[in-house]
Design a protein around this ligand. Structure first.
Ligand SMILES: [Zn+2]
Length: 330
């Protein structure tokens, strides 16, 4: 029951906020190498080339070249340790994000957080980011010009075929790092299917990495699309893409006013399309957003994601509870 409720909370079109309430970060993660500053024109110019978002690429990136799998030659790939190397496949979306955020919000946030998380890892840890699957299952946002959606089948087939290529090269570890709520069900299915079909050790990683972010309960529960969290992260990442003069506020339910049927997170949910319940395209309240909050939440998320990636590199397989008990009794 608990698992069903927990899983139910993850369904739907949530982006990041829904995943911000998980387990608090704990344990050893290498210390932050670079302060996560709120970018300004001068600070941005001062940063090293490898940590700057690249303004003239097809998509801005915060992932260093040395962590970009696609910048390796095939011989360099061939020299990677197959048993330990962790490949990270980002999954996101190109979809409407209200009047004030760009279509690429989920894709930019994915890269922003992952890029900073990768900077926290020791240079020797073999973790590489694959080029992202930018298009996602976004049919909840169809009807808004600019939303570019894949069907569930196409999205899952794409992940399947990439998994096949990765397995055929002998790699064993793949994590799907997802920042679009509409993808969650499909990504969840594919992590298990790739494990079953190819024997890959596959992992699912949510956008926040489980970081505990200090959003208020209403925003945490229902501010899941173009709300305070996503807007703050974009203000920290690339403020020119945010239009604060165009904010709209819309909550599709109230945490203190429960109904039998809920749009998300309850035991009995109704399926919804954005155009039915949120005409502006926003689900949440972006008005309290700030670059300072975005920088703080970025740091928390990057630490949590780095910790999860480290655990995945070290992971050697699920253990049965009875095996653990046996060891304790020795
Ligand atoms: Zn989003």
């Amino acid at each position: 029951m608990n698992r069903l409720v927990e899983r139910g909370r993850l369904r739907g079109a949530r982006c990041l906020a829904c995943e911000a309430e998980g387990v608090a970060t704990h344990g050893a993660v290498p210390a932050m190498r670079n302060a996560l500053e709120v970018p300004t024109a001068s600070a941005s110019q001062a940063r090293q080339r490898s940590t700057e978002p690249t303004p003239f690429s097809t998509m801005k990136t915060w992932i260093r070249d040395s962590r970009n799998f696609a910048y390796l030659t095939w011989q360099e790939v061939d020299r990677l340790p197959r048993d330990r190397t962790l490949l990270v496949l980002p999954t996101a979306a190109i979809e409407q994000h209200g009047h004030h955020l760009p279509l690429a919000t989920d894709t930019l946030i994915n890269n922003f957080v992952l890029g900073h998380a990768l900077q926290l890892l020791p240079e020797t840890l073999p973790v590489y980011a694959l080029p992202p699957v930018c298009y996602g299952k976004s049919n909840e946002h169809i009807g808004y010009p600019g939303t570019l959606a894949l069907s569930a089948r196409t999205f899952m087939d794409t992940i399947h075929d990439l998994g096949a290529s990765i397995a055929s090269a002998g790699f064993q570890k793949l994590v799907l790092y997802n920042t679009h709520g509409g993808n969650i069900s499909c990504v969840d299915v594919m992590t298990r299917d790739l494990r079953a079909e190819f024997g890959l050790r596959t992992f699912y990683l949510s956008g926040s990495g489980g970081a505990m972010l200090d959003l208020d309960p209403q925003e945490k529960a229902y501010g899941f699309h173009a709300g305070e969290l996503e807007t703050s992260l974009l203000l920290a990442a690339w403020p020119e893409l945010v239009h604060p003069d165009r904010y709209t506020v819309n909550y599709i339910a109230k945490v203190n006013d429960p109904h039998v049927l809920t749009p998300e997170g309850g035991p009995a949910n109704f399926a919804w399309l954005t155009r039915d319940i949120a005409p502006s395209g926003v689900m949440g309240d972006p008005t309290p957003a700030s670059a300072e909050k975005g920088a703080r939440w970025l740091e928390q998320m990057a630490v949590a994601v780095a910790k999860a990636l480290t655990a995945m590199v070290e992971y050697s397989g699920a253990r049965l509870a009875c095996e653990a008990d046996d060891e304790k009794s020795k």
